[in-house]
Design a binder for this molecule. Sequence first.
Ligand SMILES: [Zn+2]
Length: 216
Amino acid sequence: MNIILLGPQGSGKGTQAKMLAEKLGLTIVETGKILREIAETDHPWGRRIKDMQMRGVLVSDDILMAVLKETLSKPARRGYLFDGTPRNIVQYKLIKEVLEDRGEKIDKVVVLNISEEETIKRLSSRRTCLKCGRVYNLITSPPPEENKCECGGELSQRDDDFPEAIKKRLDAYKKSTSKVIEKAKNENVLIEIDGERAIDVIHEDIISKLEDRSSK
Ligand SMILES: [Zn+2]
């Protein structure tokens, strides 16, 4: 089974991806992480990826496709769980193509829904340590002492985590993923999940909805 997991920043997507992969025996394909790793090597794409990251642009589709092909050429456990990709409809089609080459398909697209208000609440509670870079969340993972990291460093709120910047990122996310969600709906593989509940409840809900549909 191959699953795509979508959700805005702050939706708990990373946590759900780990739980889901564990439960279903899936291999997580975290494109952002793979690209960051390649950028640090002397791989032929390394410099191009680093250059694009420096300019703050998304990695081009040709590189992403090549990276995906290489990643998916390694044996998976019982399928793949895509976390962080596709960001847009072009990437969705690319993943589909690569899978089809292997005689597989995208079985489900799971979307974690969370309101703008909740996203802002969660992300503006983030504090980053100025010394070691560790990230805390005042609500979900508070620091041991007010405004102090475990390492003793001072905590600060990044510019990225102020409401204005969060709203901007959220708009960009919605704009780029809306077509993916629409397409998944048309292909009858969309599962929408209320992401504003406890982690375990969300996990159980995803599992039961996956089972529900695959038994039909
Ligand atoms: Zn620290």
